[in-house]
Design a protein around this ligand. Structure first.
Ligand code: GDP
Ligand code: MG
Length: 163
């Protein structure tokens, strides 16, 4: 059975980098689907022998401050509602921010399955940040480096039971 994975989190944590790594060139724009705007990007993800749909909350690039404007919240909630599982990304380099805490709260209330990943976790700085992510109370953080392609086997192992 296939499933839909939504990558959510505040701007600049590496959602689109991870999306591109999972989807490669198999990008499907969803503009013609009812109720879906270009703020959400959808693609065919692949990880090992797993095939799934990936949603990137791509409309957040312009958000610059560390607050959680209504638009970001609405977009995230829409992605959550479309997904079977949410991959909540935080930035292992900057550590947990108040905005991350708000995202965590939304996900705890709204999402059926949440996987937590600390991205940019390559190197020592990353390891410390990944440990801090335990504090969100969403279970064990998966240490990832979307840019360097690290931690993908741990992501695979976490997704496998959901496939
Ligand atoms: P988004 O706003 O959450 O979609 O984040 P982006 O995918 O646009 O990435 C934001 C910035 O983080 C870019 O400069 C990326 O190159 C960088 N980035 C993404 N993944 C990693 C990573 O694994 N390690 C490091 N060091 N930088 C990363
Ligand atoms: Mg993005």
């Amino acid at each position: 059975m296939s499933f839909t994975l939504a990558i959510v989190g505040r701007p600049n944590v590496g959602k689109s980098t991870l999306f591109n790594r999972l989807v490669g060139k198999r990008l499907a724009l969803v503009d013609d689907q009812p109720g879906v705007t270009r703020d959400l990007r959808e693609g065919e993800g692949r990880l090992g022998d797993l095939n799934f749909t990936v949603i990137d909350t791509a409309g957040l690039e312009d958000a610059t401050d560390d607050s959680l404007p209504g638009r970001m919240r609405r977009l995230t909630e829409r992605a959550v509602d479309m997904a079977d599982v949410c991959l909540f990304l935080v930035d292992a380099r900057t550590g947990i921010t108040p905005t991350d805490e708000i995202f965590a709260e939304i996900l705890r209330k709204r999402a059926d399955h949440v996987l937590l990943a600390a991205n940019k976790a390559e190197g020592r700085t990353g390891e410390a940040g990944a440990l801090e992510a335990w504090g969100l109370g969403l279970g064990e953080p998966i240490a990832l480096s979307a840019e360097h392609g690290e931690g993908l086997s741990d992501l695979y192992a976490a997704l496998l039971p959901l496939s």
